[in-house]
Ligand binder design. Structure first.
Ligand code: S3P
Length: 184
């Protein structure tokens, strides 16, 4: 039987959720943090707080590059602490330096979903500037193709959420995190 108890005397490292927009990182991260008794943080929310404006406004006023630089900055800040569930923006893997940062900051779980599932989940939300296109399903498919290898390179574990309910995904993430972080 594997030991589930953290015997290091140190707080557990972080659990980090990566994956495309609409894969449930924030909702699942919040629930998992609650059941593990860990602090929840979200890189998108940290950026919004730092910038004092919404993500669409940051993209509009300053462009994607400025947003990406802020993303790396907040990842460094929260990755330097421990005992948190960190939900990340879907494009965090697009900066090469973030890949190493992610892996060294905690246990990284990639929440996967098909373009169709993602399209269905994001179609009611206008808060994602990159999906404000004439054909969002094609944009999702193209971006996923570009990013799949990047998510694969940054993860320790992947979970395909297409056929799972929110509760089932939370269960899978929570139990894997307990094992990986040595918390019971
Ligand atoms: C982005 C994903 C968004 C947000 C920004 C860019 C992306 O986060 O960071 O709109 O490039 O995939 P969510 O994945 O939380 O929607």
């Amino acid at each position: 039987m594997l030991a589930l108890v953290n015997t290091t005397g140190q707080p557990p490292r972080n659990l980090i959720l990566i994956g495309f927009m609409g894969t449930g990182k924030t909702t699942i991260g919040k629930r998992v943090a609650r059941s593990l008794g860990m602090k929840f943080v979200d890189t998108d929310l940290l950026i919004v707080k730092k910038a004092g404006k919404s993500i669409p406004k940051i993209f509009k006023d300053s462009g994607e590059e400025v947003f990406r630089a802020m993303e790396t900055e907040v990842l460094k800040e929260c990755g330097g602490k421990t005992g948190q569930v960190i939900s990340t923006g879907g494009g965090i893997v697009t900066r090469p330096e973030n890949l190493e940062l992610l892996k060294s900051s905690g246990y990284v779980i990639w929440l996967k979903a098909s373009p169709e599932t993602i399209f269905e989940r994001v179609s009611r939300n206008r808060n994602r500037p990159l999906l404000r296109t004439d054909n969002p399903l094609k944009t999702i498919t193209d971006l996923l193709t570009q990013r799949a290898g990047l998510y694969a390179g940054a993860q320790h574990l992947s979970i395909n959420t297409d056929e799972l309910t929110m509760e089932e995904t939370c269960f899978g993430v929570t139990e894997s995190a307990k094992l990986a972080l040595g918390i019971g």
